[in-house]
Write a protein that binds this ligand. Structure first.
Ligand code: DGY
Length: 333
């Protein structure tokens, strides 16, 4: 007798090619309308599914997992980050969790670099001037729209994993001096090729940087890593860029400092209470003090297809009785 195909519930719309392949391989319940699932829909999903495919917009907490049906054996997240899943609870219930690492690295590093350039060089401010119908551009002037030079400045990267290193490679080509803080220093050869300086003390590093880039995951240990106290250590002419997770920075404290002119600017792709974005930050963006992007660090078609491929391989391997390649292990939490 043919084996029943696993019931795979996917919470959001995925690229067409990924959905087509999922339909071929699995009994796939897709969300082609891309309407985010409310908690009732998620409860229904975990009750019936063999495999759940959530994304960063779904909260998979222990209360939800306590309602999971017996068939739910795998959560194959369509995401690199796993902070939306209570992984410890899932593992305790015997549910395997996988993610999609490595395929978002270059895209996220590109967007990080774009923000590193945009904020000091006032890119969005300049672009808006030509789009503003109320105002006519008066032409070039020696003292107008002056930003700050990138070349020769010090970039402090917080979190030197795959994405942090990809940012460092790009930043080096732009003449930035690379500094980093990480749980552990990089192997000597990697450090040497990036010409990167390791700082064991985050406090000491950020006090000396011109630009700080947040590239670490959000975990209990990194929640508000850039606390109000730490942010105060930044130089008044420093910029901060975050393409990792909003929760790593105390957003209220950062906003207060930007309003008070205590740091020069920020480029934020992620927010503490996503999808809500503080009106104060929006006001600062209108004043040209910050560049805000709607969590689009990894948003390329190629990246999303690669993520989908990873999800499919993880499900298929698991269903064939093997260890899926991208298992989230307790040591990663
Ligand atoms: C992820 O997958 O963790 C990203 O934040 C989505 O862009």
């Amino acid at each position: 007798m043919a084996r029943r195909k696993p019931l795979v519930v996917v919470t959001r719309k995925l690229p067409d090619s990924v959905e087509t392949r999922m339909r071929e391989l699995f009994d796939a319940r897709l969300n082609v309308e891309d309407i985010p699932m409310d908690s009732a829909a998620l409860v229904e999903a975990v009750k019936v599914a063999d495999v759940l495919v959530p994304t960063v917009t779904d909260r998979i907490d222990s209360a939800l997992l306590s309602q999971a049906g017996e068939n739910l054996r795998l959560i194959a997240s369509f995401s690199n980050g796993i902070d939306h899943i209570d992984v410890a609870s899932a593992l305790a219930r015997g549910i395997t969790v996988t993610n999609t690492p490595a395929v978002l690295t270059e895209d996220t590093a590109d967007l990080t670099m774009a923000l590193i350039l945009s904020v000091p060089r006032r890119l969005t401010e300049g672009a808006q001037i030509l789009q503003n119908e109320q105002e006519e551009w008066q032409g070039w002037s020696p003292t107008w729209m002056l930003g700050r030079r990138i070349w020769g400045k010090r970039l402090g990267i917080i979190g030197m994993g795959r994405i942090g290193q990809a940012v460092a490679r790009r930043a080096k080509a732009f003449g930035l001096q690379i500094h980093y803080h990480n749980r552990r220093p990089l192997p000597h050869a990697t450090e040497e090729s990036l010409e990167a300086t390791y700082w064991d003390s985050l406090d000491q590093m950020i006090a000396r940087m011109d630009i700080v880039s947040v590239n670490c995951p959000h975990t209990p240990a990194t929640y508000h890593l850039l606390s109000a106290r730490r942010l105060k250590l930044l130089k008044p002419d420093a910029y901060i860029v975050n393409t990792a997770r909003g929760e790593v920075i105390d957003e209220n404290a950062l906003t207060r400092m930007l309003e008070a002119g205590e740091i020069a600017g920020a480029g934020l792709d992620v927010f503490e209470h996503e999808p809500a974005v503080s009106p104060k930050l929006v006001r600062l963006a209108r004043q040209g003090k910050v560049v805000l992007l709607p969590h689009m660090g990894s948003a390329t078609l190629e990246g999303r297809i690669d993520m989908g491929e990873k999800v499919i391989v993880n499900i298929k391997t698991f269903m064939d009785g093997h260890r899926p390649p991208d298992r989230v292990l307790p040591s990663m939490l």
